[in-house]
Write a protein that binds this ligand. Structure first.
Ligand SMILES: Nc1nc2c(ncn2[C@@H]2O[C@H](COP(=O)(O)OP(=O)(O)OP(=O)(O)O)[C@@H](O)[C@H]2O)c(=O)[nH]1
Ligand SMILES: [Mg+2]
Length: 299
């Protein structure tokens, strides 16, 4: 049998479960997740090779409407990264949250208007649907908004119907040689993953405003075999934010470091010595040049 291969963009507004779905399909944490919107900031590939078929999933930042307070360079970057992932794909998985349809879902649908590739609609988080009887009529209603290749209710968190979704995606791969070796699971480096894990703990542990003002840079990544030494610099916008991040007697930063380190040790299968530093870099999130130097580059 000949090989099949395909790029599959996972898109949707923030917080609908795109990264959770990708991790579920890959069976490991490739992309960070949190209950806050705008967790993912970059395109992240999750590569799954099963016999002759290679699926190259591309997790994307949530496509969002840029209101006055969200029209920063970082927001533009995130929307561009998501839109760019739609180019030249073999298939799109468009995720929505249960039976809600928001203005941002509408924006995503509009971005898909020019996409020729088949679009599968995944109605996620059905485990949390209060009234299950609303689902069937909703699938009919939402199905009228576009000619979807399929509409599949799923729970990315619990795995419900995810194999069915993958089987649907498999129909849309094209014949051709694999782009990646079969044991490769992502296009991102271990350094990138390390920085993301620190940011995930910040997203998960800190209050409302702060996580969006934070970015993480890896200053040192030294692999000594059994031990990996990692130094990460956490950049914030204001000195007040630095104080919050460090917390009373450094408790907060310690807890962030501990959780990030445990995840890193699991991912790298090695002991990790993690050092965290916090620095104020005013205006980094609205400065194109600063963003570039901090790794926010479109591929
Ligand atoms: N109950 C339930 N929660 C889910 C499901 N899928 C995702 N979630 C939760 O929804 C939240 C957002 O999930 P993410 O995977 O980070 O969402 P995302 O679409 O990648 O979000 P952005 O990266 O911010 O665009 C997290 O708290 C997940 O645990 C699901 O099927 N059921
Ligand atoms: Mg995400």
């Amino acid at each position: 049998m000949s090989q099949t291969c395909g790029f599959v963009a996972i898109v949707g507004r923030p917080n609908v479960g795109k990264s959770t779905l990708m991790n579920r399909i890959l069976g490991q944490k490739i992309s960070i997740t949190s209950r806050r919107p705008q967790t993912t900031r970059h395109q992240v590939m999750g590569i799954k090779t099963e016999g002759e078929a290679q699926f190259i999933y591309v997790d994307t930042p949530g496509i969002h409407i840029m209101a006055k307070d969200r029209n920063k360079a970082i927001n533009r970057f995130m929307n561009q990264a998501a839109t760019q992932a739609l180019r030249d794909v073999d298939c799109v998985v468009f995720i929505i949250d249960r039976t809600r349809w928001s203005d941002e879902d509408q924006v995503v649908l509009q971005r898909l208007e020019h996409v020729q590739a088949p679009v599968i609609l995944a109605v996620n988080k059905v485990d949390r649907l209060e009234d299950k009887s609303t689902l069937l009529p909703w699938l009919g209603e939402v199905g009228a908004r576009r000619d979807f290749a399929a509409i599949i209710p799923i729970s990315a968190k619990h795995g419900t119907n995810v194999p069915e979704l993958e089987a649907e995606v498999a129909k849309h791969l094209s014949e051709g040689v694999h782009h990646f070796p079969e044991d490769q699971v992502t296009n991102k480096s271990q350094r990138f993953l390390a920085a993301e894990l620190v940011r995930e703990k910040i997203m998960r542990q800190l209050g409302d405003e702060l996580p969006y003002q934070v970015t993480v840079e890896i200053e040192e990544f030294r692999d000594e075999g059994r031990v990996v030494h990692i130094s990460a610099l956490i950049l914030v916008e204001r000195s007040g934010q630095k104080k919050i991040l460090i917390g009373e007697n450094g408790e907060r930063i310690k807890s962030i470091g501990r959780e990030a380190r445990l995840d890193m040790e699991r991912a790298l299968d090695a002991k990790v010595m993690l050092n965290l530093w916090v620095k104020v870099k005013r205006g980094w999130s609205d400065d194109e040049r600063a963003l570039k130097s901090l790794g926010y580059n479109l591929d």
